[in-house]
Write a protein that binds this ligand. Structure first.
Ligand SMILES: [Ca+2]
Length: 132
């Protein structure tokens, strides 16, 4: 698809897929959702902060994502999260692949946002803990 006649009118021509992706990521970063409480941990079920979402107060450990209280209803968020934003506090947030904090884990720093948690972690988070 690269180097075709159609690209004669293109504003930008790329010789490799990597170069194109790098340009697109720099030119049009995924906008973060606005007007959200940034002192909360925010989770979404789809990439790019789309679909159903959850907000947790900074410091709220979640030992079992199968049972999340939301608007007085228990929801199953196990193996469901695809994008997230860490609260802008001083804590690190640790995500675990299994309930009650065992298994694989990854840590993000305060205020960090992930439009996509990546292929390995997509639909995999089962518990969440805040570093003191
Ligand atoms: Ca899991």
């Amino acid at each position: 698809m690269f180097g075709t006649a159609r690209e004669a009118n293109a504003l930008q021509v790329f010789t490799t897929r990597e170069a194109r992706n790098e340009y697109l990521n720099a030119a049009a970063p995924v906008p973060e959702p606005k007007d959200l409480p940034r002192n909360n941990l925010l989770l979404w079920e789809h990439i790019d902060f789309a679909g159903a979402s959850l907000a947790f107060r900074d410091g709220t450990n979640i030992p079992d994502m199968r049972f999340v209280n939301c608007h007085c209803r228990c929801q199953d968020w196990n193996d469901r999260v695809s994008s997230l934003i860490a609260p802008t506090g001083s804590r690190e947030v640790v995500f675990f692949a299994d309930i009650h904090y065992p298994g694989d884990e990854f840590t993000i720093t305060s205020g960090q946002s992930l439009p996509y948690v990546g292929d390995f972690w997509n639909d995999k988070i089962s518990s969440i803990a805040f570093h003191p």
